[in-house]
Write a protein that binds this ligand. Sequence first.
Ligand SMILES: [Ca+2]
Length: 325
Amino acid sequence: MTSRKLNVAMMGSPRGIKCFIITLGTLSSLYTGSSANVFYSPDEKFTARMGQLETMMLNRLDERMDSFERRLEQKLGQQFTAMQKATDIKWLKLNDKFTEMKNVIAQNSGAYFTSCRTVPSEFSNVFMIRPPGINTQPFLAYCEQDFLGGGWIVIHKRFDGSLNFTRSWVEYREGFGDPDGEHWMGLDKIHKITRSGDYELLVQLKDFDGTGKLALYDGFQVDGEGAKYKLRFGQFVHGNAENSLDPSNGARFSTFDQDNDQHGEGSCADFYESGWWFKNCMNANLNGLYQRYDKSNKTMNWFGFRNDLQGLKEASMMIREKVKV
Ligand SMILES: [Ca+2]
């Protein structure tokens, strides 16, 4: 290893050659030097000095080669990581583009999926769907594939506060936002989807410290507008976010311009600047204000998350038809 390095350094490295020349320059002074109390002939002295010199040179060259190798490895490592990142980004962009193209083709050809369960992709994304209960045109929905086996139709999603959720009755009925970003699917669609089958509901939450929690319900159903989009579900199945939706079971939907709650003194929706299934008033309000703290608990919150009503960073509600076994 050492001799290889010496050859490389002397033949290919300007630094190695320079070192070699400088060291030869000092050779004569080494040759004329003397060691105390030991007699050496001039030839022996020369040989001894040459030996020392060779050892010194080899050590120096070793150090330089090691340093050079370390720098080279570091540089190559950085370049490799950068290339890897660039490749990952390109791959993600290509994947997004591919999905977008598929959706455009699907839209133009009238093709659609009957649910997010039948979407042939393991990646979460927007797809054209028309569940059995929907008698209108297929529509774009976000299919979530990352939780409990995937196949979830996202009906509500918030993660950065870019969308205002203080909305009117009509807006909550029709839906608002972009399925690919923050959005509310709309009570009318949610009603039509859930009336025709047995659906479960998954609530996914994350706080500002990055802690994520889930809550799973079965028998999720939203009644029609005549029943003020009353929420009904069977039972809280499990989840570390705890069952904070329980007080909303059987509640009608309310907005600031439609008070359908059971709170005699004023409107919960108006007070909390939200649209939600309020009774008197609630233990969870995922359409509240997007902020971390509020002294009146007007935030997007879920009591069971941490036994308080402080604001959460992310929340989404997703539904999936149960498979009959
Ligand atoms: Ca009221």
